[in-house]
Design a protein. Structure first.
Length: 596
């Protein structure tokens, strides 16, 4: 990879231009440049893709941040703005919340964020890589809800393997063979699974005699595949083994997981995968600080002729230079919201009426409490095991599935712990000195938090729009979001919360969960109040399908209306199931690369 300026970019003819440098963009850049295509990657934000020093700057910025949200390590930029969790607030009934980058029209705010700089959201993802279960691809056929994908699990399986190799997933196949998930004969993951935490073992032992009554089966606590370095599997690749990716000539990048308790948003030793590890090995040019504002579409044949772009100089002003980039083929690989915003601004992909619609996330409901003994809170990665029984079943005809995640970091999600608990003990109990230390030593190691990450069905009403009334500093459209969580998901969350309460009772965990009516995700269900939270899994908006009347792209993520345009990423997913979507998105991009 070679970083260039816009004068150099204008002096060359590229066969392919990719917009975005995150997961999808980096994988496609590496795959297509490996086939000897000349490729330019255009990134709206800034960043040095080869600088470990910059990574250390991000780490320092996170350590000193007062509020440690996913984007805390990465400076916001008015010329390539990114949404921040601190901007999320309830949407006034009948009104608008325009705090931050998103314009929210409700009834709920869309609560998940992304990053706009080299590497994209891969810089702060959690690293969980479970595959989708086979029924997730056929929700209409199997359960009579949502839509079917134009592909099935078996189509995607070889591409899952490619994605797991590229990302370097740590897992054991025997842990992942459940609910129809299957593997090629003899397949092993690139690296051995990350060791399960003491808390995982405590859960597994305590739940060994608990059964899931509705499903008639024992509780299944399974380790979760993760995109962080563990012990390379010597049996991988027919006995050739696996070498974790690192920066060329820089041994500081790509070390094994050290249990720093800082996977999200930033791993100090870069044990967790990010797309820079792929991008730096791609034979491509990279152009930063270049915001694509419009696709130039040939009115006669629908082909994309070029990209209208704004190259900004620094964030102290909105000065920019307008340039026009040409290529034979164009690939949008920003994210589900940015892809949709750009296509809407360009008047593209109109045939189906589905562009911008079906925006999805995984609304999650939390439970937290105190275990009867120390269970090792705040050790290791944030998540090493999940309870998977309710990822699939006949109940999905009526309510959403969910995966129960066993959090290793105490109450860091419902609160900013251990900081908040320390402050409460000082302010409310007037504890200090030895009393404070003893109180914290007793309480913090017993903190337990679980979250039930719940599926959301696609809906026309959940969408990305644009309006001339809402623009950013460079004059580009800001995303206008309309978002709701329907009864299907709410029923799933209510059931999940009740199940989580039963798990707590079975394990002797004192339930401390409360739901604040002023929270942005508060809802009432049969007289009881609950709160959901966003988890950062932005999907939908340009879904794939069988023809131009029911979808924006085909199974290869090629736009129906524009033969030289591919629109890639989680936005192509027709449904979301209960799995973190990154590994499926990566697999889809490997499938797309085979069409070139």
């Amino acid at each position: 990879m070679r970083q260039i300026n816009h004068h150099e970019a204008l002096s060359k003819h590229y066969q392919i231009i990719i917009v975005g440098s995150g997961f999808a963009g980096s994988i496609l850049a590496k795959e297509l440049s490996g086939k000897n295509y000349s490729v330019l990657v255009v990134e709206a934000g800034t960043g040095d893709a080869l600088s470990f020093g910059q990574h250390l700057d991000y780490v320092d910025r996170y350590r000193t941040a007062t509020i440690k949200i996913p984007n805390a390590p990465f400076p916001n930029c008015s010329n390539a703005p990114q949404p921040m969790e601190t901007d999320v607030e309830p949407v006034p009934k009948g009104g608008v919340s325009a705090k931050g980058y998103f314009v929210q029209t409700g009834p709920y705010p869309f609560a998940s964020t992304f990053t706009r700089r080299v590497g994209g959201t891969s810089l702060h993802w959690f690293g969980s890589c479970p595959r989708m279960v086979p029924d997730d691809f056929a929700m209409r056929s199997v359960y009579g809800v949502a839509v079917d994908w134009p592909i099935d699990y078996d189509f995607l399986q070889p591409f899952y393997e490619k994605a797991e190799r590229e990302i370097g997933v740590s897992a054991n196949v025997q842990d992942q063979q459940y609910l129809g998930i299957h593997f090629s004969p003899g397949y092993v993951y690139p690296m051995e699974r990350i060791p399960q935490s003491y808390l995982d073992g405590w859960f597994s032992k305590g739940l060994a005699n608990m059964r899931v009554d509705e499903l008639g089966e024992p509780v299944m606590v399974r380790s979760i595949p993760q995109a962080r370095n563990s012990i390379p599997n010597p049996r991988f690749d027919g006995g050739e083994g696996f070498t974790p990716k690192g920066a060329v000539g820089d041994p500081s990048i790509g070390q094994r997981c050290m249990g720093n308790s800082s996977c999200l948003p930033i791993c100090p030793v870069q044990a967790r995968y990010n797309s820079l590890k792929t991008l730096q090995h791609a034979n491509v040019d990279l152009l930063t600080k270049t915001v694509v504002s419009k696709l130039d579409i040939d009115p006669d044949n629908g082909r994309i002729r070029g990209l209208e772009c704004k190259v900004w100089r620094d964030d102290r002003s909105a000065d920019f230079e307008a340039i026009y980039l040409k290529a034979d083929t164009f690939i949008l690989a920003a994210n589900a919201i940015q892809n949709a915003t750009l296509l809407l601004a360009s008047g593209a992909c109109k045939s189906s009426g589905q562009l911008g619609r079906n925006l999805m996330d995984h609304p999650a409901i939390l439970s937290w409490g105190l275990a009867p003994e120390a269970i090792g809170a705040f050790r290791g990665p944030g998540l090493t095991s999940t309870l998977v029984n309710y990822r699939n079943g006949k109940f999905r005809r009526e309510r959403a599935g969910f995966v129960l995640e066993i959090g290793n970091w105490g109450w860091n999600w419902p609160f900013n712990d251990p900081n908040d608990t320390t402050i409460r003990m000082i302010d409310e109990q007037h504890a200090f000195g030895r009393q404070l230390r003893d109180s914290l030593t007793d309480m913090v190691p017993r903190q337990v938090r679980i979250d039930m990450m719940t599926e959301q069905l696609p809906s026309d009403a959940n969408r990305v729009e644009i309006s001339p009334d809402w623009r950013d500093a460079l004059g580009n459209f800001r995303p206008v979001l309309q978002y709701n969580v329907d009864d299907y998901s709410k029923q799933g969350m209510v059931f999940a919360r009740d199940f989580g309460s039963k798990v707590f009772k079975h394990l002797g965990i004192a339930d401390e969960t409360t739901f604040d009516p002023s929270s942005y995700g508060y809802f009432d269900w049969k007289g009881n109040g609950y709160v959901w939270q966003g988890v950062g899994h932005i999907a939908g908006t340009h879904r794939m399908g069988t023809d131009r009347h029911n979808s924006v792209v085909d199974r290869w993520q090629r736009a129906w209306d524009h033969e030289n345009l591919y629109v890639t990423g989680c936005g192509s997913m027709p449904t979301l199931g209960t799995s973190n979507p990154t590994i499926t998105m990566a697999a889809l991009c490997f499938a797309t690369a085979t069409r070139f």
